[in-house]
Write a protein that binds this ligand. Structure first.
Ligand code: 5GP
Ligand code: 5GP
Ligand code: 5GP
Length: 209
C-alpha cells in the first residue's frame, strides 16, 4: 500500500493495571514523578486491521517531539505513566508508542492529536469505577473473567478483551484491557477482532498497587 494511505481499520485502546505490571518476577520502576495513582493507565492506542494484523513504525521521519505535547505533559504523567526500569520521565514510553503505533494513523492524528485522543478516550471509560461498583476491587482478591467483563460492559456499554499476566507465584492476574475505537479515533465500537493475548484462566487475581 502506498505510504500516507490509511492502512488500518480501527484502534485498540489498551489500558494497563500498574499493580500487575509491577507484581511480576521482573518487577517495575516508578517514574521520576513518583508512584502513579492506583488506576488503569494507558499503554497505547494502536491502529489495527480487521484481519488481526497491524501496521507499525509507519514514518521514520516523524520522530517523537516532546515540545508538541508540552501542554499534555501533566496528563500524560498521570494517565500514561511508564513503569519500565530504569526510572525515567516517561518520554521513552511515549516516543515508542508514537513512533511504533501513532505514526500509522497520521492521516487522522498529528502527534498532539494522538495523545489527546488517547487521554480523552480513557477518561470516558472510568474503568476502575465500573469494576468497583460491581465489587471487583484491586485488593489481591480473585475474580472471574465474566465478573470483570460484565462489570465493564454494564457501565461503559463495551466489552473489553482481558489480557492476563502472571505474578511472582505464577497466579494469573488482570494486566490489560483492550477496547476498540473507530478509525477516526473518536468513539468506541464493538471489536471487529480479538487481539492476541494470553488466556486468563478461571481465577483472575486483581492485585493492589
Ligand atoms: P509495545 O507497546 O511495543 O507497545 O511495548 C511496550 C514497550 O514500551 C516496551 O518496550 C516496554 O519496555 C516499554 N514500556 C515503557 N514503559 C512501559 C509501561 O509502563 N508498560 C508497558 N507495557 N510497556 C512499557
Ligand atoms: P468465548 O468468547 O467463546 O466465550 O471464549 C472463547 C475462548 O476465549 C475461551 O477460552 C475464553 O476463555 C477466551 N476468552 C474470551 N474472552 C476473553 C478475554 O477477554 N480474555 C482472555 N484472555 N480470554 C478470553
Ligand atoms: P505482547 O507480545 O507483549 O502482547 O506485545 C508486544 C507489542 O506488540 C505490544 O506492546 C504492541 O506494541 C504490539 N502488539 C501486540 N499485540 C498487538 C495487536 O493486537 N495489535 C497491535 N496493533 N499491536 C499489538
Amino acid at each position: 500500500r502506498c505510504s500516507g494511505a490509511q492502512d488500518y481499520d480501527f484502534f485498540f485502546l489498551v489500558l494497563q493495571w500498574p499493580g500487575s505490571y509491577c507484581d511480576t518476577r521482573q518487577s517495575c520502576c516508578y517514574p521520576r514523578s513518583g508512584k502513579p495513582a492506583a488506576d488503569f493507565g494507558i499503554h497505547g492506542l494502536w491502529p489495527n486491521r480487521e484481519d488481526g494484523s497491524y501496521p507499525q513504525n509507519c514514518n521514520p521521519d516523524s520522530e517523537f517531539d516532546p515540545s508538541k505535547v508540552s501542554d499534555l505533559m501533566g496528563s500524560l504523567r498521570a494517565q500514561w505513566p511508564t513503569l519500565a526500569c530504569p526510572t525515567n520521565d516517561g518520554l521513552r514510553f511515549w516516543a515508542h508508542e508514537w513512533e511504533k503505533h501513532g505514526t500509522c494513523a497520521e492521516g487522522v492524528f498529528n502527534e498532539h492529536g494522538y495523545f489527546q485522543a488517547a487521554l480523552r478516550l480513557r477518561a470516558q471509560l472510568r474503568v476502575l469505577d465500573a469494576l468497583r461498583d460491581a465489587g471487583v476491587n484491586p485488593d489481591g482478591g480473585y475474580y472471574t473473567l465474566a465478573q470483570i467483563k460484565d462489570a465493564i460492559q454494564r457501565s461503559t456499554g463495551f466489552e473489553p478483551f482481558v489480557d492476563c499476566n502472571r505474578d511472582e507465584s505464577g497466579n494469573s492476574q488482570l494486566y490489560q484491557l483492550y477496547f476498540c475505537v473507530d478509525a477516526a479515533g473518536s468513539r468506541f465500537i464493538d471489536c471487529p477482532v480479538s487481539p492476541g493475548g494470553r488466556p486468563c484462566g478461571s481465577r483472575i487475581e486483581f492485585p493492589a498497587f
